[in-house]
Ligand binder design. Structure first.
Ligand code: NAD
Length: 288
């Protein structure tokens, strides 16, 4: 379903490129903008550093069909839905550095069309959407809604995960803005979970924390199996045969985590623990 929305993606690194190429593949009119001139040139030429099967062919096809373009700058008012896909790297203490996100938000405030929607795709701590909304209002953009659509893709399977995700989560406090964003993803055959914004923000952290816990648990069990001389493969087979655990469970011993996201969430939750868990590092509320 083509909506006629003109989409802008701010930050076309790993996640932004997949988002821009994916939305163009769904036949939306997409512009990707990045402060990194080299990255813009690379994408314009149909080149990608990432080893993501299928993604380069999709990029070339979207460029050829003129569904997608990459720029260093864009004119104000030309885009209705602006995705923020910039990085939120950890600070030395483990908390995410949101400076790039708020700088991209400032840019969105300058260029997004009246009555538009700003979508955060970066991984952000719960409550960031409220802060971004306040920043947009302070910049005189009360007309813009803020929606969160977390990215759950796996490294090495990014294109497959964009086209055939297990689910799409859309977090919006304004139902009409949520509906506009949901329509962009209509042609993806996956269950769409609509929720309020903070729940969507937390959902991404919860998914990463769960997966990180599963890997840690599997490693503990593998250590125990080694101590007792037990058969690790058989152990996990029998565990996964339990329907409460599931055959697809992310349960197997390994050296570490597959992507940056799980590692960051683990660091973030260990920071909370070090602080005695007396307050939540995201919102400062007592955590009991
Ligand atoms: N990498 C993953 O597998 C993954 C998975 C899920 C979620 N995420 C989250 O997605 C977000 C983005 O991660 P990434 O790996 O794509 O980061 P990245 O560093 O690859 O890309 C970010 C891009 O944003 C650009 N940028 C920064 N500020 C800008 C601005 N003001 N205007 C225009 N461009 C700007 C940078 O030049 C860069 O190209 C992070 O929050 C990350 O946690 C990442």
């Amino acid at each position: 379903m083509v909506t006629g929305e003109r989409v802008l993606v701010i930050g076309v690194g790993r996640i932004g490129a997949v988002t821009a190429i994916g939305l163009a593949h769904l036949l939306h009119d997409v512009t990707g903008v990045d402060t990194n001139a080299e990255r813009v040139e690379e994408l314009r030429a149909g080149r990608l550093r990432e080893a993501e099967p299928g993604l380069r062919a999709a990029l070339k096809s979207a460029l050829r069909l003129r569904q997608l373009r990459f720029e260093r700058a864009v004119a104000p008012g030309d885009h209705d839905v602006t995705f923020l896909c910039v990085d939120t790297p950890p600070l030395p203490g483990g908390e995410p550095d949101l400076r790039q996100l708020f700088a991209a938000g400032e840019f969105a405030a300058r260029v997004t069309a009246r009555g538009g929607v700003v979508v955060t795709r970066s991984t952000v701590p719960p409550g960031t959407g409220d802060r971004l909304e306040a920043a947009l209002r302070a910049a005189g953009r009360r007309d813009l809604a803020v929606v969160h659509v977390p990215e759950f893709l796996r490294e090495g399977r990014a294109w497959e995960d964009f086209r055939e995700p297990d689910r799409v989560a859309i977090g919006a406090n304004d139902p009409a803005a949520g509906e506009r964003v949901a329509r962009l993803f209509t042609d993806i055959a996956a269950p769409v979970y609509r929720m309020d914004r903070v729940t969507a923000e937390l959902a991404k952290y919860a998914a990463n924390a769960y997966l990180a816990t599963a890997v840690s648990f599997a490693n503990e069990m593998a250590d125990l199996a080694a101590c007792f001389g037990a058969d690790t493969d058989r152990l996990f087979e029998v565990l996964k045969a339990d329907r409460r655990i599931g055959r697809e469970a992310y349960l197997g011993p390994g050296l570490g985590f597959g992507g940056t996201a799980c590692r960051r969430t683990r660091r973030r939750s260990s920071t909370s623990r070090r602080r005695g868990a007396s307050s939540c590092t995201s919102c400062g509320r007592p955590s009991g």
